[in-house]
Write a protein that binds this ligand. Structure first.
Ligand code: FE
Length: 201
């Protein structure tokens, strides 16, 4: 089985936002898809145990903002590589507004947002799948949507020519692991991606 075949699947990138007990949080996901119509249903998959996942389980609602190609790396760094348990991600991030469901959506670097009411929750082991009905949404700009491939080719900083470190580099965020062998159950401490997303330096 060649798991590299998984890299041939195409994905978009989204800011997933939630609110529970008056606290806002958000994270970056590449797993949002419309899975049915009449009514329109959306599914998102989120790392189990993350703060956003916990908040959606409790509040049963979320927004996804579709990230556009003009987005800067700082957006991915801010929402994708930090935990809302350590910082309030919206304390110094003001390019958001509240949609009618009272959740934040991105007003910059996004071309649309969609509001979803959760109807089904499926435990997938590493991730939780939320399936729900679209209850709101708006097109925000005519800029192109940012695919996962576009992020890798054009937004993510290129790794330094040679840092001299021997080990493994996370292809998602650039985190460097020092050591000859990368444990197969290793999880990137920055972006939480698994060992399969690392490449040898
Ligand atoms: Fe990483």
């Amino acid at each position: 089985m060649d798991t590299k075949s998984l890299f041939k699947l195409t994905y978009g990138l989204y800011l997933l936002t939630a609110n529970h007990n008056g606290k806002d949080n958000g994270c970056i996901i590449n797993t949002a898809v419309q899975v049915a119509n009449s009514p329109d249903r959306i599914a998102v998959s989120v790392t189990k145990g993350s703060l956003t996942e916990n908040m959606i389980k409790e509040s049963r609602k979320f927004n996804i903002s579709a990230i556009s190609t003009d987005a800067e790396f700082s957006l991915f760094e801010h929402f994708g590589m930090k935990s809302g348990r350590d910082i309030n991600k919206f304390a110094d991030f003001t390019d958001v507004k509240r949609s009618p469901n009272e959740l934040f959506y991105l007003t910059k670097w996004a071309n649309a947002y969609i509001s979803v009411y959760v109807q089904e929750i499926v435990d997938l082991g590493s991730h939780t799948l939320f399936i729900g009905q679209m209850v709101g949404g708006e097109v925000l700009s005519d800029k192109e949507s940012c695919s996962y491939a576009y992020y890798h080719a054009n937004i993510k900083p290129k790794p330094a020519a040679s840092s001299g470190v021997k080990g493994w580099r996370c292809t998602i965020c650039g985190y460097e692991y020092e050591g000859e062998e990368l444990p197969s159950d290793f999880i990137c401490p920055l972006c939480k991606h698994p060992a399969s997303d690392f490449e040898k330096m």
